[in-house]
Ligand binder design. Structure first.
Ligand SMILES: NC(=O)c1ccc[n+]([C@@H]2O[C@H](COP(=O)([O-])OP(=O)(O)OC[C@H]3O[C@@H](n4cnc5c(N)ncnc54)[C@H](OP(=O)(O)O)[C@@H]3O)[C@@H](O)[C@H]2O)c1
Length: 266
């Protein structure tokens, strides 16, 4: 049995706790939470072990997954640093929190920094993770199954790549919502209701994503396949090109990456 403690039973912590409980058979999942309201909700609505006092659960954990907001992390570190030890695996999903900050804040050795994204809520997330030094192969497999409980995982080997993951998949859902919203609004301009336009657009995105995922062809091959010269898609693609939409998309991703780097320095 592996004893997994999630610290912070908010949006992300609860998603992880429930996904791990459902998918990893030999895991006991507990939550350490400090909000009285959330503790009551968690006790009423889940079968998770819920703790309010770090002394009752931190030292017993094999894996501690940190899911509090980064701005509350230093207070958390102070409250648990005497209870953690070097054999424990610490996984942090806190945005912008560097591995060395966690390592020195908790005085621990086995740290994994991870960056999940919003679709984790529906088990379709993607999580980039950076295992720091001192992580054994079997521990890496455990990390993969814990983070993989909410979707796909991508291992990276340096902290800059976590910033790139943040810019691509962490912030990425907002870019997709942005494109979908623009298409939905145009659908409404053509006379569809919001619900009708949403259904048309959302199914276009999810269908295309599934098709792409299942195929070995790259995106440009698919664009070429659906674009006949002088046709409707061609007219749209020419407008995208004239407006340099691809350059603007790349610039936006770079802006997110630069911001992630700035936040990491703070
Ligand atoms: N949401 C996303 O899509 C997303 C994506 C990638 C990464 N993340 C990261 O995930 C982390 C959690 O985000 P979230 O949206 O789940 O935050 P959240 O809903 O605010 O959850 C954090 C929970 O932790 C509790 N908490 C704070 N300090 C604690 C302590 N010392 N001991 C025990 N519990 C404590 C908070 O209680 P109080 O409310 O009483 O403070 C709150 O219930 C963040 O670091 C964020 O950067 C989120």
């Amino acid at each position: 049995m592996v004893n997994i403690l999630i610290v912070g039973g908010g949006n992300m912590g609860l998603i992880y706790a429930l996904s791990i409980q459902q998918k990893i058979e030999n895991a006991t999942v507990s939550i350490l939470e400090n909000s009285t309201d959330k503790i009551a909700q968690l006790k009423a609505n889940t079968t998770l072990n819920v703790f309010e006092n770090p002394e009752e659960c931190v030292s017993k954990a094999d894996v501690i997954l940190l899911a509090v907001k980064p701005q509350t992390a230093l207070v958390l570190f102070e409250s648990i640093k005497e209870l953690v030890s070097n054999h424990q695996l610490i996984i942090s999903i806190m945005a912008g929190m560097k591995v060395t900050t966690i390592e020195s804040g908790l005085q621990v050795e086995k740290v994994v920094r991870a960056m999940p994204n919003l679709p984790s809520q529906v088990n379709e997330g993607v999580t980039g993770y950076l295992p720091y030094k001192n992580i054994l192969t079997e521990e890496l497999n455990l990390v993969k199954s814990i983070l993989g409980a909410t979707g796909a995982v991508v291992k990276v080997s340096e902290e800059n790549a976590i910033d790139a993951i943040t810019a691509l998949s962490g912030s990425g859902p907002a870019y997709v919502f942005y494109f979908m919203e623009a298409m939905i609004q145009q659908g409404i301009d053509y006379g569809f209701s919001y619900e009708e336009a949403k259904s048309v657009v959302v199914n276009t995105f999810s269908g295309t994503a599934h098709l792409f995922k299942a195929s070995s062809d790259d995106a440009q091959t698919w664009i070429d396949r659906v674009t006949s010269k002088g046709g409707t898609t061609h007219a749209a693609m020419e407008t995208f090109k004239k407006n340099n939409v691809d350059t603007h998309v790349k610039e936006s991703v770079v802006a997110a990456y630069n911001r992630a780097q700035e936040l990491g320095k703070q």
